[in-house]
Design a protein around this ligand. Structure first.
Ligand code: TYD
Length: 213
């Protein structure tokens, strides 16, 4: 039986997900909520190992798009069963830095894997578990890449080293998905001051959480 609340954060490189997830966890914790912060690819130890392969292994340079999507989904499947579902069942608010929409945007739209196949694989890996709320942090791709480069001091992982067009496709795909699923998504621009972005995030979360009680 599910009792918790599942929030996912999505967006392109440098959109500020980590900062805002940190701030949101602290905000909710202070208000007495039991919160679990997690991320994709990653979470449990096995999924973190797969993350290493996907993002940092030198062998990854030869990775085909099909291998890539299967590894993201393998990591996700373990994450859902071992981490997300048990936490939701114990009543926690689970906040994940990326989830299935990232696969649709990166492997589907940007790597051109057919959307029908992506949806089928997402469903297989998640067993149909969807987020209750998805915050899409939106920022123009050039600005996001600039922020990511400053943050990472020029050290990027394999998924962060693509052409600009790739990130343009990713951004468009996220915005299209959000417009198609307005009941699940909240689009928040992260171009302005951090405090302003966070205020909008809190408003969206509180509205949905209250509806859920
Ligand atoms: P991460 O270091 O978490 O980057 P970010 O701070 O941008 O979230 O690396 C995750 C990378 O993997 C990111 O470039 C997006 C990509 N990704 C996919 O391509 N498909 C997926 O299904 C997921 C979850 C992530």
């Amino acid at each position: 039986m599910r009792r918790g609340f599942f929030i996912t954060f999505e967006g392109g490189e440098g959109c500020g997900k980590s900062t805002h997830i940190g701030m949101l966890c602290e905000y909710l914790h202070k208000r007495g909520y039991d919160v679990l912060r997690t991320r994709e690819p990653g979470g449990p130890a096995l999924s973190e190992k797969i993350r290493e392969l996907l993002l940092f292994a030198k062998e990854g340079l030869q990775m085909t798009p099909r291998t890539e999507i299967l590894l993201f989904e393998a990591a996700r499947s373990q994450h859902v069963s071992q981490t997300i579902i048990p936490a939701l069942e114990s009543g926690k608010i689970v906040i994940s830095d990326r989830y299935a929409d990232s696969t649709a945007a990166y492997q589907g739209a940007a790597r051109s894997i057919a959307m029908g196949e992506v949806k089928m694989l997402n469903k297989f890996a998640t067993g149909g578990l969807e987020a209750d709320l998805t915050i899409l942090l939106d920022i123009p791709e050039e600005e996001g890449l600039r922020r990511a480069a400053t943050r990472d001091c020029g050290k990027t992982d394999r998924m962060g080293s693509q052409e600009l067009n790739f990130y343009r496709d990713v951004r468009k795909a996220f915005l299209d998905m959000a417009r198609e699923n307005p009941e699940r998504f909240e689009i928040v621009s992260s171009e302005g001051p951090k405090e302003q972005t966070f205020e909008k995030i809190v408003k969206a979360v509180e509205q949905r959480l209250l509806k859920n009680v």
